[in-house]
Write a protein that binds this ligand. Structure first.
Ligand code: NZQ
Length: 411
């Protein structure tokens, strides 16, 4: 039975030329910090368009936000915001830059100690946020129109004060070093919806094919996490989800094959936004176990986010085929046109089609393709346990043992 509240405050400016309008969205007296990544937006001319649109405004810039945005780097931006009394943020880039802006926006006013706690608290306790907008250059995450962010803390050594009078010689000196483990955690809060998002397909033409593939797979998997659960007679939600999947099969593939085709890129971009802006998930059961496992794979083995999804999703479908049977049969028929009395065979074919779809985008679907082998899987279990990922999925039925089975299936 459908029963939900849905609200999305982000204004969308969609299409070629829309970057020129951002001055209407940012208060004229704002002290704006433009945040960006490793320089792709400078190389492809997007930053020039942004600077032109905001000429005469008080602007500051902070670059270097990496894919899987790193807490330490973002904290440098937080210092800059405090020092320069910034009161508006503009993210120009992909999901990592936008997620980074979300974190900066709330870390500045965080009153409960170390801002990393925002992640440990999953976004609870946030009181203040600096308003921000974004110019998207990579259709994938949906971050441009949602209230979620994923932040990483990269593995590194830190110095701790030595214990005086140590009798351990060099070993004692070594013990001054302690390592911070790699982590990748999510937070959500309604205060981090962007105020506006510009979606200009032209700003994405410079994407390498690998990133287009990542974007298509990411959007596809976002839909699946909100669709491939169990039926609740939410017919319109199902049809919304299926329409995005079918459009991704057409325009996602076309966009991958013809990187400068405006229309297919525009459709891909809108699909990616609609896949995770809350609309298709309103009122329906949601899974997200593929993402939970995938985040640990990125933190441990440095795989791209979408690479992890292309590995974990088919294995999840296989291991949980009984639990997801009704929706898998619906998926098989409506997305792939497969039907028949032998339900096991139908489901198997639908899973195979999913694998072939990822592979047609150049994405590998096995852990071993990335040199990850059985002896490394216990590390993933330790992380899942540490993060409380022991009863996940739409019914809370995905135990650690099931996660392990999914990972073994994905080897
Ligand atoms: O760093 P720059 O120079 O900007 O280059 C980026 C980066 O190397 C490049 N790129 C972006 N736009 C480009 C471009 N290169 C050429 N031309 C352009 N127009 O692409 C690379 C990857 O960028 P990134 O932002 O990391 O990719 P994506 O958008 O896929 O974001 C991935 C991050 O988002 C998180 C992921 O976990 C990961 O950390 N997610 C966020 C979600 C959310 N906020 O709702 C949900 C997702 O499931 C996901 O977990």
């Amino acid at each position: 039975m459908l029963n939900f509240e849905y609200q999305n405050p982000t204004k969308i400016l969609f299409g070629k030329g829309q970057i020129a309008k951002i001055s209407h969205e940012i208060p004229s007296d704002a002290r704006t910090l433009i945040v960006y990544g490793g320089g792709s937006v400078i190389a492809n001319g997007t930053m020039d368009l942004v600077r032109k649109a905001l000429v005469g405004r008080k602007l500051y810039e902070f670059g270097g936000i990496e894919p899987n945005p790193d807490y330490e780097i973002l904290m440098h931006a937080v210092e800059m915001v405090q020092k320069e009394r910034i009161n508006y943020l503009l993210a120009v880039g992909g999901g990592s830059v936008i997620d980074g802006a979300k974190f900066i926006s709330v870390a500045v006013g965080w009153e409960l100690g170390d801002p990393w706690e925002i992640l440990n608290n999953h976004g609870k306790g946030i009181r203040n946020a600096i308003p921000f907008g974004c110019v998207l250059t990579l259709p994938a995450t949906g971050s441009e129109m949602n209230q979620h962010a994923v932040i990483s803390r990269k593995n590194r050594q830190v110095s701790l004060p030595s214990a005086s009078g140590s009798s351990q010689g060099n070993a004692g000196a070594m013990s001054m070093q302690s390592s911070i483990e790699s982590e990748k955690l999510t937070f959500s809060n309604n205060k981090v919806f962007p105020q506006f998002a510009v979606l200009d397909p032209v700003a994405t033409f410079s994407l390498p094919k690998k990133q287009i593939a990542n974007g298509v797979a990411s959007a596809f998997c976002h839909v699946i996490e909100q669709y491939l659960t169990y039926p609740i007679k939410a017919n319109l939600q199902d049809r919304f989800a299926e329409s995005i999947l079918l459009t991704l099969l057409d325009d996602g593939i076309k966009s991958y094959q013809e990187p400068e085709d405006y229309d297919s890129r525009a459709n891909l971009m809108w699909c990616a936004t609609m896949a995770l802006n809350g609309l298709i998930g309103a009122g329906v059961p949601q899974d997200w176990s593929t993402h939970a496992i995938g985040h640990e794979l990125t933190a441990l083995f440095d795989l791209d986010h979408a690479q992890t999804l292309a590995i974990v999703l088919p294995a999840t479908m296989h291991v949980r085929r009984e639990e997801k049977k009704e929706k898998l049969l619906q998926y098989a028929e409506r997305i792939w046109g497969i039907r028949g009395d032998d339900h096991d065979a139908v489901i198997q074919q639908a899973i195979q089609k999913t694998v072939e779809f990822f592979e047609s985008l150049g994405l590998a679907t096995k852990l071993s393709d990335y040199n990850i082998h059985a002896d490394q899987l216990p590390e993933v279990s330790v992380k899942l346990l540490k993060h409380g990922m022991t009863g996940i999925g739409e019914r809370g039925s995905v135990t650690l043992e099931i996660c392990e089975e999914i990972l073994r299936t994905a080897l």
